[in-house]
Design a protein around this ligand. Structure first.
Ligand code: PGA
Length: 222
């Protein structure tokens, strides 16, 4: 993982049409060009291919990730897409987001298969956990600490507690640690100071391109 830090991830979840996504890119791309870390956009799956093409041809300094990947390899799995099918279109994949665990019943066995499929396809998994002692599959290098009470609630964890979680995680492995859960332009920098975490995973505040660019303007490790 040689991408400069902090990693700032926009997780669109099931939001935005193609036109809305293109309008977002128009506003965010110039700010991403000036940003010293790495911006990663995780759009809804139907747009991965087109947005990946667009950032490559236009030379936009944004990496593309998927919000999930199938636990299966290619085959008769209606509705799924295999990691090997989108190799080259994405650099990262979120695995084990708490919404996947909650609404789609993803357990440790399934998540381990997803991580392994990413690794085989040369996609960097970003493994989402909810606490410092949660299971992390072998070979994972980036973990995102996302306490469920903070996701989409406007009630983020404190930088102090996040620091304690991040330190514990780093004793478990040589991980880059991200924080996610109600990150906003007003609190983003408080999680990056003093190396509390190495980046941010942002849901709601990533949808508004002006909020997201405000985060990019302040986000730096210090
Ligand atoms: P939020 O979502 O920023 O809206 O809290 C974060 C996430 O679910 O990744």
């Amino acid at each position: 993982m040689n991408d400069p830090q902090p990693l700032i991830i926009a997780n669109f979840k099931a939001n935005k049409t193609w036109d809305e996504l293109a309008a977002w890119l128009e506003i965010v791309s110039p700010k991403a060009a000036d940003f010293s870390g790495t911006v990663i956009l995780c759009p809804s799956a139907p747009f991965i291919s087109e947005v990946s093409q667009k950032v490559k041809t236009a030379g936009i300094k944004i990496k593309i990730g998927s919000q999930d990947i199938s636990q299966f390899n290619v085959g008769a799995y209606t509705g799924e897409f295999a990691a090997s099918q989108i190799t080259g279109q994405i650099d990262f994949a979120l695995i084990g987001h708490s919404e996947r665990r909650r609404y789609f019943g993803e357990d440790e066995k399934i998540l381990t298969q997803k991580v392994q499929n990413c690794q085989k396809a040369k996609i960097e998994p970003i493994f989402c956990i909810q606490d410092s002692h949660d299971f992390i599959p072998q070979g994972v290098r980036i973990v995102a600490y996302e306490p469920p009470f903070a996701i989409g609630t406007g009630n983020p964890d404190t930088p102090q507690n996040t620091k304690a979680v991040s330190e514990k995680l780093k004793t478990r492995g040589d991980y880059l640690v991200l924080y996610g859960g109600s990150v906003s332009p007003n609190n983003a920098q408080s999680f990056l100071e003093k190396n509390i975490v190495d980046g941010l995973l942002i849901g709601s505040a990533s949808l508004n391109p002006l909020d997201f660019t405000r985060i990019l303007e302040t986000a730096k490790l210090s």
